[in-house]
Design a protein around this ligand. Structure first.
Ligand code: PGA
Length: 239
């Protein structure tokens, strides 16, 4: 299983250090072999990793250069960061990243051998159009993306479920993950209002290999609880 925490623009450097201390000790004390990744803000990327990976939420697809407000490969290398989130719904819909820029980021960081958590997911109006519109939308979000990239993790995160407390039904998650499975052998995460109370049921589904958690992962204890749930499921799912 793969369990990820996306902090977005939350937590200071100091708060992240305290958080990482809790999660690192939990993971080592419980011999957790699942992959745990935390995506803190840029200012808190510095971490001496033991059992938990640190990934970056965004970066510009160049080594360095005149890109005001961005960070690039050189800055990530300094902190030993080799994991990146690309295509998150807030980058697409709030910041306005196009599929062209997203696929450029994907190509660049794939060439650099990064582990890439690539996010897809539909807005509510597309979901309301039905399942073929939904899959066509996700298909377009995969344009220019190498779905056979070996270090790829795909996260399905419906836009309307992110930060809203709403989630698709378990059946819907399973159907969409099944359709994604037909397109890629990469591990598939679900994201969008995952919390302690629903993580187990979601991770138990076929073709769900983990979760990407925003708000509910801001509490280190809740995040550890979800890691423990994932670990329990390994035996059940035969992983
Ligand atoms: P949420 O965010 O868990 O707060 O819905 C998930 C995400 O944006 O990755």
């Amino acid at each position: 299983m793969i369990i990820c925490a996306n902090f977005k623009a939350n937590k200071t450097r100091q708060e992240t250090q305290a958080y990482m201390a809790v999660v690192e000790s939990f993971v080592s004390a419980n011999d957790i072999s699942d992959t745990v990744i935390v995506f803190p803000p840029f200012t808190a990327l510095e971490h001496d990793p033991r059992n938990v990976l640190i990934g970056v939420q965004n970066a510009y697809p160049v080594r360095n250069g005149a890109y005001t407000g961005e960070i690039a490969l050189e800055q990530l290398e300094e902190f030993g960061i080799k994991t990146i989130l690309i295509g998150h719904s807030e980058r697409r819909h709030v910041i306005g990243e196009t599929q062209e820029l997203i696929s450029e980021k994907f190509r660049f960081f794939a060439e650099q051998g990064f582990a890439i958590v690539y996010c897809v997911g539909e807005p509510l109006e597309i979901r309301e159009e039905g399942s073929s519109a939904l899959m066509e939308y996700i298909e377009r979000q995969c344009e220019g993306i190498d779905l056979s990239y070996p270090d790829l993790i795909v996260a399905y995160e419906p836009v309307w479920a992110i930060g809203t407390g709403l989630t698709p039904s378990l059946r819907d998650i399973e159907l969409i993950h099944g359709a994604l499975r037909a397109k890629t052998s990469a591990p598939l995460l679900y994201g969008g209002s995952v919390k302690v109370e629903n993580a187990h049921d979601i991770m138990k589904l076929d073709n769900v290999d983990g979760v990407l958690v925003g708000s509910a992962a801001l509490s280190a204890n809740d995040f550890c609880d979800m890691i423990a749930q994932a670990t329990e499921l390994n035996t059940e799912k035969g992983e």
